[in-house]
Design a protein around this ligand. Structure first.
Ligand code: ZN
Ligand code: ZN
Length: 403
C-alpha cells in the first residue's frame, strides 16, 4: 500500500466540512472589506523567497522544498503566500498603474519541518495583501477583518500589537539594542549571539528563558519611535478602542526583516498549547521595492488554517434536500429521473437498488436529507410518491406532477 508522504494530509469528510466552512467564512468577510481573490503558482523561482523571506530565515535556510527542474531552473514550492502575490503585483505592473489593490488568497504552502500536531509539511494559509494605502486606517481595517473572521468562526483570541518603526527611527534603535546586547553577551544564548551579527532585532523574540529575563531590561523601540510612527501607533490604538477591539502591547513582537515597518500584529489563542499564534501580519512598505517594483505601501496578514481547524465552532447542521429510493426494481429508472429533475433546484441523492422502506429511511439519515421519498409499484400505478419530512416527522403521498 502506498501512503501519503509524512506531514501531508488528505482533507475529507468532517475535516473537509470544517475546511470549506473556514474558507467560505473568511472569503465572505474579505469580500465585504473590498478584497479580490488572487491565485498564484505553487512553484516559483527560489530567488523570489531568498529575496523576500530572507536567506537568514529558517524558512529559506532549512525548510524549503527546493529543487532543480528538468529545464535546470532553481525552483521551490512556495513556503508562504506574500512573496508570490507581490511578484504578481509587480509583474502585472500594478505598482506603476498606481491606485489601491486589495487581494486575498488561500492555498497550500510547503515547509520541510518536523511534523507535529497542527504543523504539517503541506499546510494551508488564508491571507490578504493590500497595496497602495499609506494610512494606518488600512492597518486598523485589516485587524478588524481578522477579528471579524475569528469571531464568525467562534474562536477566542488575544490581539498583540507592536510598532516596528520605520527607516527613520529603527536604525537608531537597532544601534542602542546592539550596545545593550554587547553588555550582556556572556549571559545570552548562542542563537542570540549569532543574531546580534545577522539580525539583532530578532533577539527580542528568543524563546530561551534566561534571554527573556535579560531582555526585559532592553531598550524598547516603542519608547524611541519618531513622531510619525508614534502618531500612527496612537491612531491605531484609538481606532481599535473605538471599535471595541481589545489588544495588548507586546514589545517583543518583531519581524527582523528590513522591509517591515510600523504596525505588527499577532492574534494568539490560549486553547492550542504552545503554538499559540493563529494569525500574524503587519505593514511592509518596502517589500515591493525589494522585488524591483515601484515603492508601494502595503500591509497584509496570513493565517494557518490547520491550526484553526479544531478551534472552529461549526454551525448546527440542518437536514437538507431530498433522498429518493425505489421499493421495487421497476421503479428504479423513475427514481433516477426524478432525482435528476430535483437537482435543478435542490440537493438530491438516490439509491440505485430496490430496498424496503426501513433501509431507505436509514439511507436518508446517512446523507442527512430533509425528505425521504419512496416509490414502489403501488405508487407507480397511481403516479404518486410517498414523502416523509424527517424534520417535522410528517408523511404524505403526493402526485408526481406536484413533486
Ligand atoms: Zn536567546
Ligand atoms: Zn519612525
Amino acid at each position: 500500500m502506498i501512503n501519503s508522504l509524512r506531514g501531508m494530509n488528505d482533507i475529507l469528510s468532517e475535516d473537509y466540512e470544517r475546511f470549506t466552512y473556514f474558507i467560505n467564512t473568511a472569503t465572505d468577510i474579505a469580500q465585504k472589506y473590498g478584497y479580490h481573490f488572487i491565485e498564484t503558482p505553487l512553484l516559483e523561482e527560489t530567488a523570489l523567497f531568498k529575496r523576500s523571506v530572507g536567506e537568514s530565515s529558517d524558512i529559506v535556510g532549512k525548510e524549503m522544498y527546493q529543487f532543480i527542474d528538468k529545464g535546470e531552473n532553481d525552483v521551490c514550492l512556495r513556503p508562504e503566500g506574500t512573496a508570490g502575490v507581490v511578484r504578481a503585483f509587480v509583474q502585472k505592473k500594478l505598482d506603476k498603474a498606481g491606485g489601491i489593490h486589495r487581494f486575498f488568497y488561500h492555498g497550500s504552502m510547503f515547509r520541510y519541518e518536523r511534523p507535529q500536531k497542527g504543523r504539517l509539511r503541506q499546510f494551508h494559509q488564508f491571507g490578504v495583501e493590500s497595496f497602495g494605502v499609506d494610512s494606518v486606517y488600512e492597518d486598523a481595517a485589516m485587524i478588524m477583518m481578522v477579528s471579524d473572521i475569528l469571531k464568525a468562526l467562534g474562536i477566542a483570541y488575544r490581539l498583540q500589537l507592536n510598532s516596528l518603526g520605520d527607516s527613520n527611527c529603527m536604525p537608531q534603535y537597532r544601534d542602542s539594542l546592539v550596545s545593550f546586547i554587547e553588555k550582556c553577551e556572556d549571559d545570552i544564548c548562542e542563537d542570540c549571539v549569532r543574531r546580534k551579527a545577522t539580525n539583532p532585532i530578532r533577539v527580542l523574540d528568543c524563546k530561551n528563558g534566561t534571554c527573556q529575563v535579560i531582555y526585559k531590561e532592553a531598550p524598547k523601540l516603542i519608547n524611541h519611535l519618531c513622531s510619525a510612527c508614534e502618531d500612527d501607533f496612537e491612531k491605531l490604538k484609538k481606532i481599535l478602542d473605538d471599535n471595541e477591539i481589545a489588544y495588548e502591547i507586546d514589545t517583543n513582537l518583531v519581524r527582523g526583516l528590513d522591509y517591515y515597518s510600523k504596525t505588527a500584529f499577532e492574534f494568539v489563542s490560549d486553547n492550542i498549547g504552545s503554538q499559540s499564534a493563529i494569525a500574524g501580519g503587519g505593514r511592509y512598505d518596502r517589500l515591493v521595492e525589494f522585488l524591483d517594483g515601484r515603492p508601494t505601501p502595503a500591509v497584509g496578514f496570513a493565517m494557518g488554517i490547520e491550526r484553526l481547524m479544531e478551534l472552529i465552532k461549526m454551525p448546527e447542521v440542518k437536514r437538507d434536500g431530498y433522498y429518493l429510493g425505489a421499493m421495487d426494481e421497476e421503479a428504479i429508472d423513475l427514481v433516477v429521473s426524478l432525482t435528476h429533475k430535483k437537482r435543478k433546484s435542490d440537493k438530491a441523492t438516490c439509491d440505485y437498488k430496490a430496498k424496503n422502506l426501513k433501509s431507505h429511511l436509514k439511507g436518508a439519515d446517512k446523507v442527512n436529507a430533509r425528505f425521504c421519498c419512496v416509490i414502489g409499484t403501488n405508487e407507480m400505478q397511481n403516479d404518486t410518491i410517498w414523502v416523509k419530512d424527517l424534520e417535522n416527522k410528517t408523511e404524505s403521498t403526493m402526485f408526481l406532477k406536484n413533486f
